[in-house]
Design a protein around this ligand. Structure first.
Ligand code: SAM
Length: 201
């Protein structure tokens, strides 16, 4: 990824070991690559979730990557911020930004916290083709206490795939959709994304 930038094949299903390699190779150039393409989803999610978050509660940025999502949350005034990601090289870049009060490397397919530990979980560009599989949605919803808020994005290939939205439909009794809107994701690549803010019932 470092030499060639974002390729269309990024947004296809692949084994987690391959995904880890993709993000390991991409860590050093990720900010420049997505920045060049007008990556606006972090700001869209921060703006969308802000009205639903009690001031000063600790927010978990799940799949924080290099910290672009956390930086948008911090700029919106959210925090304290904790961040976790499965790719150590991405976490190392995030660490240099000094925006997280706690930052750690997590395990794929493993809950990031004890149930109910965080009242707000953000997953920007994570539960989607190109990153975590559809069942990651259940993992995050189950990590919230009732009343907790989950904000995430589904990019256009993810929306077309349908399996991610199917998880949302399957869990309809467990959640309330507070906000859902389609808009730009990578502006220069003409790619969009839905931003969703959900409350666990
Ligand atoms: C497109 S990046 C988004 C990073 C950051 N949230 C942002 O907005 O820039 C996707 C992140 O998901 C993580 N990821 C990939 N596969 C995953 C999985 N199976 N479970 C959890 N996280 C995963 C990657 O390590 C990567 O940092």
């Amino acid at each position: 990824m470092a030499k060639s930038g974002i390729q269309p094949q990024l947004w296809t299903p692949r084994p987690v070991a391959e995904t880890l390699q993709v993000y390991t190779d991409w860590a050093d150039s990720y900010d420049a690559d997505v920045g060049d393409r007008g990556y606006v989803t972090p700001t869209r999610i921060a703006d969308a979730v802000l009205p639903w978050v009690t001031p000063a509660v600790t927010v978990l940025d799940y799949g924080c990557g290099t910290g672009l999502s956390g930086r948008a949350l911090a700029r919106a005034g959210l925090g304290p911020l904790h961040g976790t990601d499965i790719t150590p090289a991405m976490v190392e870049v995030a660490r240099q930004k000094k925006i997280y009060d706690r930052l750690w490397v997590g395990e794929p397919g493993t809950p990031p916290c004890a149930p109910g530990e965080y009242p707000v979980i953000i997953a920007t560009g994570v539960v989607s083709l190109g990153a975590a599989p559809p069942d990651c949605f259940d993992l995050l919803l189950d990590a919230l206490a009732p009343g907790g808020v989950l904000a995430l994005s589904f990019n256009d290939p993810t929306l077309q795939d349908g399996r991610y939205d199917a998880r949302l439909t399957a869990r309809a009794d467990d959640l309330e959709i507070l906000f859902r809107e389609h808009g730009p994701h990578l502006q220069e690549s003409q790619m969009g994304a839905d931003v969703l803010v959900l409350r666990r019932r």
